[in-house]
Design a protein around this ligand. Structure first.
Ligand code: CP
Length: 310
């Protein structure tokens, strides 16, 4: 296994090799052990400064990156667009160049525009980590999702994973499809036809519009949130109709002839894509996903920082 990543930035899973994912997971295994020690911090990145730039709301990703950076002893600065000079009309490049002039080495950015991280990587001299760019990619979410499947089921290769819900607007779906396929999993998507992109099969995934059939097929179901904030028209008749056809509840789960693993990237619309009795049950690994996010992000930052220092 290579000891370094093939990329200088983490812009999307699309740009990674299978060996990169294996290296990130092996490194995350080490950091997971570190963060379970009484002293949870290592001095690895004492000379690195990281800016977390969030132009869109976040709870899990922002806190997880910040904690990962602090556990690695990096210097951390946080920027939230809502309270910044972006509100006075400053451009993305000007904002980032001003921050970089303070000698920042790495930028973790969430932005509503697809490709914002790719654009930035071509114009600034820092390592860029995409923390979610519009409906494009959310690479660290897909990495922590696969890491959590590997932890629960032993490996990702050969596993059957169904991604359920709003595939059309989901960066989590696209990054998961790339990551799972790269590792040799079988993938299906399931949801209302209006929320499934037309040419999704070209990515090597199957389409199932019957939730029960999809659940009978899979080992893992990743239940996505309906992203109302990205919808300017109605994609299904009503929330009640959506819940009836695509909501996961305990009676449905218990009617299956086998045990499956339930995932959700958060935030959850409780009672819509998943009921509380499923989300809070032993079938679900939702909080394991969040916990693994810190170790996986430590691994990503540590391995990218090694590329800066070369
Ligand atoms: N899963 C995820 O990206 O959650 P946040 O939007 O809270 O960061």
């Amino acid at each position: 296994m290579s000891s370094e990543l093939s990329v200088k930035h983490l812009l999307g899973i699309k740009y990674l090799k299978k060996e990169d994912i294996e290296l990130i997971f092996k490194t995350a295994d080490h950091f997971k052990e570190v963060i379970n020690r009484p002293i949870k911090k290592v001095p690895s990145l004492r000379d690195i400064t990281i800016a977390n730039l969030f132009f869109e709301n976040s709870t899990r990703t922002r806190l997880s990156f910040e904690l990962a950076e602090k556990r690695l002893s990096a210097d951390v600065i946080n920027f939230s667009a809502a309270s910044s000079s972006v509100k006075k009309g400053e451009t993305l490049i000007d904002t980032v160049n001003n921050i970089l002039s303070m000698k920042v080495d790495m930028v973790v950015m969430r932005h509503p525009n697809p490709g914002a991280g790719i654009f930035l990587s071509k114009h600034v001299n820092a390592s860029i980590v995409n923390a979610g760019d519009g409906a494009h990619e959310h690479p660290t979410q897909a990495l922590l999702d696969s890491y959590s499947i590997r932890e629960r089921l032993g490996e990702v290769a050969g596993k059957k994973v169904v991604i359920v819900g709003d595939i059309l607007h989901s960066r989590v779906a696209l990054s998961n499809i790339f990551a799972l396929k790269l590792q040799g999993a079988e993938v299906k998507v399931c949801g209302p036809k209006t929320l499934i992109p037309k040419h999704i099969e070209s990515l090597g995934v199957g389409v199932e519009t019957n939730l029960k059939a999809a659940l009978e097929w899979c080992d893992v179901a990743n239940m996505l949130r309906v992203q109302n904030e990205r919808m300017d028209i109605s994609y299904f008749p009503s929330t009640r109709e959506y819940v009836k056809q695509f909501g996961l509840n305990l009676p449905l789960l218990e009617s299956l002839k086998k045990e499956i693993v339930i995932m959700h990237p958060g935030p959850i619309n409780r009672g819509v894509e998943i009921t509380s009795d499923v989300a809070d049950s032993d079938h679900a690994i939702i909080l394991d996903q969040v916990q693994n996010g810190v170790a996986v992000r430590m691994a990503v930052i540590y391995l990218l920082a090694a590329k800066i220092q070369q």
